[in-house]
Design a protein around this ligand. Structure first.
Ligand SMILES: Cc1cc2nc3c(=O)[nH]c(=O)nc-3n(C[C@H](O)[C@H](O)[C@H](O)COP(=O)(O)O)c2cc1C
Length: 173
């Protein structure tokens, strides 16, 4: 089994990063973890739409393609996404929009990405509907999403045995 974990928070050792570590532990340390606290991806727009003309994105060497390929080629990818003001944090939107540099004119890649198994853990006390809609575009259904909030489990979340038990049940279902 190839397992990938993407922590979208830019904060090192925050809740998302700790959840990534716990998921890896549950997969015997054999998952690959990608953390936005270790890198950044350029947003779309600072370019001349090269990708849409069939040319290489000027930002092609950042981590976007690595994340797209990892997701498409994994048996399971976990997205760990924090709620910022009711929506996924901006790193998630950047990841989302930059997919164009990898998928433009490549239906095979679109299909591989969309059909790949994914689950999301959302660090949030609110705003579930916005996440359900956005993650739905990534092929996830409501049952593929777990909402974990510090109001329920305290902070840091991974200090809570109850939150850990909920994660274990989520990855097994
Ligand atoms: C700018 C900002 C906006 C936030 N907005 C919300 C929010 O609307 N709802 C919520 O439940 N949590 C919100 N939070 C709390 C974060 O989801 C929480 O701190 C989470 O742990 C962040 O992930 P991290 O610990 O991995 O950095 C916000 C945090 C920040 C920094």
């Amino acid at each position: 089994m190839k397992i990938s974990i993407i922590s979208f928070s830019g904060r090192a050792n925050g809740n998302c990063s700790q959840i990534a570590d716990y998921l890896n532990e549950l997969h015997q340390g054999e998952a690959t973890i990608y953390r936005f606290s270790d890198f950044s991806i350029s947003a779309c727009g600072t370019c001349n739409h090269e990708c849409m003309a069939g040319n290489s994105c000027p930002h092609i060497d950042d981590m976007e393609v690595t994340l797209q390929e990892a997701t498409a080629n994994s048996d399971m990818t976990y997205f760990i996404v924090p709620n910022y003001c009711g929506y996924p944090c901006s790193n998630f939107f950047v990841f989302n929009e930059r997919c164009v540099c990898w998928t433009w004119g490549r239906q095979d890649r679109v299909d591989a990405y969309n059909n790949a198994q994914k689950k999301a853990i959302i660090v949030s006390n609110s705003g579930a509907d916005n996440f359900k809609k956005l993650l739905g575009y990534h092929g996830m259904k409501e049952e593929d999403m777990l909402f974990l909030g510090s109001r329920t489990y305290g902070s840091p979340l991974m200090a809570s045995e109850e939150a850990k038990a909920v994660i274990r049940a989520f990855i097994e279902r």
